[in-house]
Structures are given as structure tokens and as C-alpha cells.
Design a protein around this ligand. Structure first.
Ligand SMILES: [Zn+2]
Length: 144
């Protein structure tokens, strides 16, 4: 089997490698974090800044809530075929306190999760298309 190229499903939203992280921005005036990246104007009503710094966000967070989905996700979340139910977790980042939605890592079942559980960010294949493996971030429970 030919080795296919590995590319992010969404360009510029996360780093890859051993310690992947989401890429966000921080308003240089009010220090508010944004993910996805906000680069136009600060959404903090009291700020109105247009200056942002690109930052890597916390790789760890805490599960707020999670749900199993039994329907095909909307784009860009093309589901593998045959379709299998998948679990989406809402995770509050350790430092920035942003709540980030993501699928849970391969092999993690809905019943393995609990609200308040610590998780870390991993990057895993999402789907194959045009001989390329497209990756996305997922949440993986930290070993207790
Ligand atoms: Zn601001």
C-alpha cells in the first residue's frame, strides 16, 4: 500500500508533531483568546482592538460535556465510511478557559468519559481523500 501524504483537514488551525496544539490568537490589548483565530477586530465589546498575536493554546483541558452523535457530521468533518457513531466533547482549555469542541480520540468510548475529566489534545487521521490522509485534533483522556 502506498504511503499517502498527511495533511491537516483544516489548514492553520493546529500544529502537528509530538505535542500538537491548537493555533489561536490573543488580543494584545485586552488579552482575550480566540479560537478559531480572530484577526479582524476584537469581539470583546469593551475593547475594539484590531491587533492580535498568534499563539499556541493549552494542550490540556477539562471535559465540560460530551455527546454521542449518530448522524453524519457537517463539512469539514467528513466521516469515515462506513459511518460509525462518534463522540464530541466540549473541553475547557486549562489556561485560556475557552471551550473547544472536538471528537474524542480513536478507541475512546462514550462510556469512558466523565464531566470534569482531564484530556489532552492529539492529532489523528479524520478521513482519506485524493490519496491524502486528512488529520484533525481530538481529545484524549489523560492517564489517571
Ligand atoms: Zn481585545
Amino acid at each position: 500500500m502506498a504511503t499517502s501524504e498527511v495533511v491537516p483537514a483544516i489548514e492553520g488551525w493546529f500544529t502537528e508533531g509530538e505535542k500538537p496544539a491548537l493555533i489561536g490568537t490573543q488580543c494584545i490589548h485586552c488579552k482575550t483568546y480566540f479560537f478559531p483565530k480572530e484577526e479582524t477586530y476584537c469581539r470583546n465589546p469593551g475593547c475594539q482592538s484590531t491587533e492580535f498575536e498568534t499563539v499556541e493554546l493549552s494542550r490540556e483541558g477539562t471535559i465540560w460535556s460530551y455527546a454521542e452523535h449518530f448522524y453524519q457530521p457537517p463539512e469539514p468533518y467528513i466521516a469515515p465510511e462506513p459511518f460509525e457513531p462518534y463522540t464530541i466533547a466540549a473541553v475547557e482549555l486549562a489556561e485560556e478557559k475557552l471551550v473547544i469542541l472536538g471528537q474524542v480520540a480513536k478507541g475512546v468510548a462514550h462510556s469512558d468519559l466523565k464531566a470534569g475529566m482531564k484530556v489532552e489534545l492529539v492529532v489523528e487521521p479524520l478521513y482519506d481523500l485524493d490519496d491524502k490522509t486528512h488529520t484533525v485534533w481530538k481529545w484524549k483522556p489523560l492517564a489517571a
